[in-house]
Design a protein around this ligand. Structure first.
Ligand code: PNS
Length: 163
């Protein structure tokens, strides 16, 4: 595979995502993490913060970079000449939705999706769960990259920061 994209919201990136990026970086010559600009969904971190945290988390992967996209993923893929999506699957519960997206993206633009099975040590992990734990002062070390842990601490230490 020459190039591939790992799309998502990454609010924030977790160690489960980093595991998928690492494995994608071994499957494709060049991997782009494409962060969705979502104007309707409220996110904890701004787009710039999510991008910065991703960059800090994948700096050790030389063939991985970060970009943003708005609208349809397949439009970004067409513009960039990328024909492969790589996504992690944590459990059967992810499958229905991921299959639907994969089939739709193929139908729209013949963009193929390859799934990697999430490392079992991260199969319970999601951005939402991490935010919940951090919001109530729980320890998220080992679940997210260090930069994300620090950013979560700062966000929830600021009055109204995580509102
Ligand atoms: O991290 P997420 O929120 O599960 O990522 C979902 C994402 C961004 C990969 C998906 O919602 C997406 O590709 N959105 C862009 C709009 C699009 O292309 N929709 C058609 C496929 S559902």
């Amino acid at each position: 595979m020459r190039s591939a994209v790992c799309p998502g919201s990454f609010d924030p990136v977790t160690n489960g995502h980093v595991d998928v990026f690492t494995r994608a970086s071994e499957m494709a010559d060049k991997v782009t993490i494409a962060v969705l600009v979502n104007r309707t969904k409220q996110s904890l971190f701004t787009l710039d913060e999510r991008v910065e945290l991703l960059q800090a988390s994948v700096g050790h992967l030389s063939n991985v970079s970060v970009d943003v996209f708005e609208g349809l993923l397949v439009d970004w893929c067409r513009a960039q000449g990328v024909k492969h999506v790589i996504k992690g699957l944590r459990a059967v519960s992810d499958f229905d939705y991921e299959l639907q997206m994969a089939q739709l993206n193929f139908r729209l633009a013949e963009v193929e999706t390859a799934f990697v099975s999430t490392n079992p040590k991260y199969s319970f992990l999601s951005s939402s769960i991490v935010k919940e734990v951090a919001r109530y002062g729980g320890d998220v070390s080992g679940l997210v990259p260090d930069a994300v842990r620090a950013a979560l601490q700062k966000k929830f230490a600021t009055p109204g920061g995580g509102a």
